[in-house]
Design a protein around this ligand. Sequence first.
Ligand code: GLA
Length: 655
Amino acid sequence: MTWIPGRTGFRYGGDYNPEQWSSEVWAEDIRLMQDAGVNLVSIGIFSWVMLEPREGEYDFSFLDEIIGMLSDAGIDIDLATPTAAPPAWFWKAYPDSHPVLRDGTRLGFGSRGMVSPSSPDYRRAATAIASKLAERYGTHPAVVMWHVHNEYGAPISDSYDDNSVTAFRAWLRTRYGTLDTLNRAWGTQFWGQTYGEWDEIDAPRQSASVSNQAQRLDFQRFTSDALLACFTAERDAIRAHSDRPITTNFMATNCPSVDYWKWAKEVDIVANDHYLAAERTDNHVMLAMDADLTRSLAASEPWILMEHSSSAVNWQPRNIAKRPGELARNSLQHVARGCDAVMFFQFRASRYGAEKFHSAMLPHAGTNSRVWREVVGLGGELASLSEVAGSRVSARVAIVWSIESFWAMDLDWRPSADLDHRERIEAFYSSLWRRGVTVDFVHPSADLTGYAAVFAPSLYLLADAEAANIREYVAGGGILAVSYFSGIVMANDEVPAGAYPGQLREVLGLAVHEFLPLRDGELVTLDTGATGSVWADDIVLTGAEAVANYTNGPAASGVAITRNRHGRGAAHYVSTTLASVDLDRFVESVLDDAGVAHAVLPDGLEIVTRESESQRVRFLLNHSDDAIEYEGNQVEGGAVFVVRENADAVPHYGA
Ligand code: GLA
């Protein structure tokens, strides 16, 4: 099941939290939803206490009524399990379920968010309410899909409570079998940490100095698995009574604690929440990156934008309102990158509580407002584009995305505080974006053979099989580009024997004898005129050719950029943070090597193509304020053009 059965065309709507309002307001909301073309709403996300006011006592009258009203109005329901907001009675009865932070702080009630994922009481209570909901509504014709929980992993994920410690030990027994194996994997001989009994092992809570890094890495893996087990338990409870697709909302590039490659295999449809980091002036590029990762997690099947905002959020340092037209442009940008459902948080703006200053589809200002008019406008645009739904986006270039590598690189005591994998991925992605190159993200063990070029910015950790996969890709004819501090450690954060980067030495045809991190703000120069910062390596060539050398700095006259022929392909290496224009030259040289077409697009212009067997549709999105002339189309500032092959451009929104 990869889409909602029987539903074609775009889905449009948002979270609806009717518990805030009287039933007269519900009737008005439903009329307004119809005016805006809303055809799907997520309900019940935080309704646990209304549905189960006391443990084991259920009252579905509220849901019966609202589901009946939505259903009569022809609006589909994405029914949530309310397990991200356990009721006060739960916390009173099961205080051991409160999450505990690494520093020992036990969190309290009065908000929402995750319980200790390893609490057996939570697991029992959550699956019970999920099961009751599915029993009652699992075959209701208007309940077309399930929304389990809300944003697993946010706002916190890892918990150091007693239940988590017990579950962590069990997880380690499964992973390692014996304590000897665990002691070896964690390198516990160093600093005298050897374990003689399983119950000596603790969660890696705050300690006097740096905690064992392999232990922390395993705790991250364990936490992702423990959260996933919460999801699959609820999913299976629902599945016993309902055949509708089941999902949970991801936060693709923004959830540091969950391995979505694993999770994506467990959901029927990939759904994602995305919020702009509004203050960034390149937030449209970051939106594209998030959408591309989401599409990649969905293995290019259509996906759902489960939440975004109509305008400002309320949780950033400065909550910047969207400019006129931005609501539709952001939405269509997700659509251009493969999404088939555009949803917002939330339908009607709250008047009290934590999110009263968060924008909504229907703002406090009411229907006579710019935001509402744009919401209604977007409903019409999506309806007019309905034949695009179901078509695909394809990419010839990929960037490796490994959350395990992120986790490992973020641990303490790395060679430089300036090492930043996320910054490197963003820099490479941005360069490709400016060249109109559509990018997939891939797990390091994925089949890479379909890609002309694969970029690995800051891929610090590579398990043996992953390194072999990358070597085979190049040997088979692939073009690989690697940036510094990649392939440095294996699965347990251990350095392989020999010079760096042990996991990529052979494919890169070089050996790094020493890391040469630069001082804060220090710049180095290459003999091509390029500028580098942050890092340099002491490189010894073992087969690669030097493409550029350093003229100064700690690696003066040493090698900076290389290319190595390996089998039928080639691997490029860059050992410093190149200035943006110089990184562009490097990226271009890799694309040329791979035979991938690229052209510098006018500033702010984005072009993406969606294709099906019967049609090819190009989205031209102008993120700048000024009109852009492109291939005979005048794309107004802020506008989106949708160009159907062999047809005239259709201006879809903007100036
Ligand atoms: C998250 C949550 C929503 C809401 C929004 C606000 O995505 O899932 O419930 O809090 O943030 O931006």
